[in-house]
Design a protein around this ligand. Structure first.
Ligand SMILES: O=c1ccn([C@@H]2O[C@H](COP(=O)(O)OP(=O)(O)O[C@H]3O[C@H](CO)[C@@H](O)[C@H](O)[C@H]3O)[C@@H](O)[C@H]2O)c(=O)[nH]1
Ligand SMILES: O=C(O)[C@H](O)COP(=O)(O)O
Length: 315
């Protein structure tokens, strides 16, 4: 039996802002930007969104940066550009410490007021403010849509900022093979790890959330398992470039993506915070190959709606 396919890819220009404002009504939209050491780019991301969708057109009700243990000037730069800034570690400290992008998004649930949440990475260097109407368009206009994933061309930039080849190394080597093996109904998702996505707050609050980079693959699988792949919309946003990381630093990300998928495929129970695994990589030193151990966290936060004292920000 073939599961329902993911619907065709829509375009951001299918969602004119006038009709979105009408469809939005009194629903609140929070844009959440997780940021760890992004002082070089977060200011431009915040300023462009604020100019387009707070000052010129009132689409965004709340523009929030969740600082994720930055040691640079991310907090000051984001605040100066006009964002509301929270530090992940200062939100519900009673729940214990955890690190990572997923932790930042999960902690956002405890402070933001939106009915609809759109997530935008802080390291974008080529993108546009049209990302926001594109991401929220399907949620505001179609009640059957639960999750919107961005679709875009994503170049891999070399050290000089020149386009070297197509990006998405973890996407191609980890996420797509996982989907082929375990969730073939999702093979129509063009960018399964896209950091730009949108979701209804109450749905996100009902999900178990990996604290690290597993947050995207987890949400994708969980939404498809609960609502069917047809509840996922994809919107073509054009082109997107970000700060590409060295390939050896993508190993821990791959571990987190794999672990989140495995927890959803019955390979292991959902691990609690602060479960880590040891990933051993090697560098050649004076004495030969020297092991370099990284310890990516693979634990998950429980659904926020099950956390005692959970309430949306402002209530
Ligand atoms: O501990 C962290 C690490 C990252 N980030 C932020 O998360 C965003 C994405 O992080 P990045 O390291 O740039 O991830 P990518 O290499 O871009 O990885 C891609 O794939 C990941 C796994 O699905 C997604 O989480 C990313 O959004 C997606 O862009 C950026 O704003 C980071 O500052 C945090 O807030 N906390
Ligand atoms: O999504 C991915 O696969 C990772 O973010 C790596 O992306 P990149 O290869 O474009 O840097």
């Amino acid at each position: 039996m073939t599961e329902p396919a993911v619907p065709p890819i829509r375009r951001w220009s299918d969602y004119p802002v006038e009709s979105l404002l009408a469809a939005k009504g009194d629903q609140r939209l929070s844009v959440v930007i997780p940021a760890r050491d992004e002082q070089d780019s977060v200011g431009d991301v915040v300023a462009a969104l604020r100019h387009a969708w707070v000052e010129q057109t009132p689409l965004i009700d709340e523009l929030v940066v969740i600082d994720s243990d930055s040691v640079d000037d991310t907090v000051e730069v984001a605040r100066a550009a006009g964002a509301i800034v929270h530090s992940a570690k200062d939100i519900r400290p009673d729940l214990g410490p955890a690190e990572g992008k997923g932790e930042a998004l999960w902690k956002a649930l405890h402070v933001v007021t939106g009915d609809v949440l759109a997530f935008i990475d802080a390291d974008l260097v080529e993108w546009g403010s049209h990302f926001v109407p594109g991401l929220v368009g399907p949620l505001l206009t179609d009640p059957t849509v639960q999750l919107v994933k961005a679709v875009y061309d994503r170049p891999l930039l070399d050290a000089a900022g020149q386009e070297a080849e197509s990006g998405g190394r973890v996407t191609e080597l980890v996420a797509r093979p996982l989907i082929a093996l375990h969730r073939p109904a999702l093979c129509g998702i063009v960018q399964p790890l896209a950091g730009e996505w949108a979701i209804r707050r109450d749905v996100f609050a009902s999900l178990s959330v990996p604290t690290g980079y597993g947050v995207e693959i987890a949400a994708l699988i969980d939404i498809a398992d609960r609502f069917g792949a047809g509840a996922i919309a994809q919107v073509d946003l054009g082109r997107r470039a970000h700060r590409n990381r060295r390939h050896d630093t993508l190993g821990p990300m791959a571990v987190q993506v794999l672990a989140a998928a495995e927890a959803r495929c019955g390979v292991r129970p959902v691990p609690a915070v602060p479960t880590h695994v040891e990933l051993t990589q090697f560098v050649r030193g004076a004495a030969g190959f020297e092991p370099h151990v990284r310890r990516p966290a693979i634990g998950e936060r429980p659904p926020a709606c099950d956390v005692p004292g959970y309430r949306r920000g402002g209530e």
